[in-house]
Design a protein around this ligand. Structure first.
Ligand SMILES: Cc1cc2nc3c(=O)[nH]c(=O)nc-3n(C[C@H](O)[C@H](O)[C@H](O)COP(=O)(O)O)c2cc1C
Length: 329
């Protein structure tokens, strides 16, 4: 069997086990479509679609479908800090299902309602996890696969290495995707050889011609080394991987004293997260679209080390797939 045929590609009906991960604020329809069209799968980040790229959700999905007829996915962030937000997310999942999306990646909370809705349409749900206890909880909810987010990932990074996570989750009996630290074809092959059913990449896809992030952001990714990636608590209260820009150096990476106290308090925690989320939605959007002049938080993972050019997303997927085929031959 080819390295590229896995339980994941079979479940989702794609050719290359490679996910272009959801990214707030970097997921734009053209990038998502390009990843799917090349045989991988692009994931819609609904808040990015609407708030950053100015598409109504249903129209945005229809627009993607004019660019590709291949499967696309949808990111359901299920953190329950606000009921209004949760009800919106439920409505967005319904819209995605009505528009034919059948692959969902849930993250940040309990995925039960996502599984219930998506399975009713015969769809597939994978859940983001960073350790076994969350994986077991997600499996109880009925998810079909797990995205194991490691300590090299962009966005909310995990704490463990890819191998540690594989050892911890490999016996759970569902497909496992490796998320974090993959920016080159040899890392892609390494993850498949480790036993993963696929990979999810974020940072690599920011440095593409289709991604609408500001050129300063793309350049910062090309120039950065793994050592330039730091974890900051300032964006959402939990560590997020960013490039150490002069702004990050100036403001530091730790949550302030009052924020820390609130984050420890059960109710304060939700309040603080909501505050961070609202503030960060604007800050990340502006950094991504306006570039270096802004108070820049350029989110990126340690995979920056393997990224040396801006290229079309489809070329990346085709090159990675060709390398894996060659290896197997
Ligand atoms: C800029 C950026 C934004 C992200 N936003 C989200 C998000 O909104 N939802 C989500 O589930 N994951 C998010 N992620 C995580 C990615 O989907 C993916 O798992 C991660 O980027 C993999 O690590 P890599 O960046 O080393 O490839 C984000 C990652 C980055 C780099």
């Amino acid at each position: 069997m080819s390295k590229l045929q896995t339980r994941f590609t079979e479940q989702v009906g794609i050719e290359v086990p490679l996910i272009c991960g959801a990214m707030y604020p970097c997921s734009n329809p053209e990038l998502i479509a390009a990843a799917s069209e090349a045989g991988g799968i692009g994931i819609i980040q609904p808040i990015s679609m609407m708030f950053v790229h100015d598409h109504k959700l249903r129209e945005g999905i229809r627009y993607i479908k004019t660019l590709t007829d291949k499967p696309i996915g949808f990111n359901a962030l299920v953190e329950a800090s606000s009921e209004i937000y949760m009800n919106r997310m439920k409505n967005w999942v319904d819209i995605a299902l009505e528009e034919g999306v059948r692959f969902f990646i849930s993250a940040l909370g309990a995925p039960d309602w996502v599984v219930e809705k998506v399975h009713a349409y015969g769809g597939i749900v994978y859940h983001d996890v960073t350790e076994r206890k969350y994986a077991e909880r997600a499996l109880e909810a009925g998810v079909d696969g797990l995205i194991s987010v490691n300590n090299r990932a962009g966005g909310h990074a995990g704490k463990k290495s890819p191998q540690e996570l594989y050892d911890e989750l490999g016996d759970l009996g569902v497909p496992l995707i490796c998320a974090g630290g993959i920016g080159s074809e040899d890392k892609f092959i390494e993850a498949l050889d480790m036993g993963f059913d696929g990979v999810q990449m974020g940072t690599r896809f920011i440095a593409t011609t289709e991604c609408q992030a500001h050129d300063d952001y793309k350049q910062a990714i090309l120039e950065a080394d793994a050592r330039d990636i730091v974890l900051t608590e300032k964006i959402s209260g939990v560590p997020v991987a960013v490039i150490k820009t002069p702004y990050v150096e100036k403001v530091g990476t730790k949550a302030g004293f009052i924020a820390k106290k609130l984050l420890k308090h059960p109710k304060g925690k939700h309040l603080m997260r909501t505050y961070y989320s609202l503030k960060s939605l604007f800050q990340l959007k502006n950094a991504s679209l306006q570039g270096m002049n802004y108070k820049d938080y350029f989110q990126a993972g340690r995979s920056v080390a393997g990224i040396d050019r801006i290229e079309p997303a489809g070329d990346i997927i085709r090159r990675f797939a060709a390398a894996a085929r060659e290896e197997a031959a």
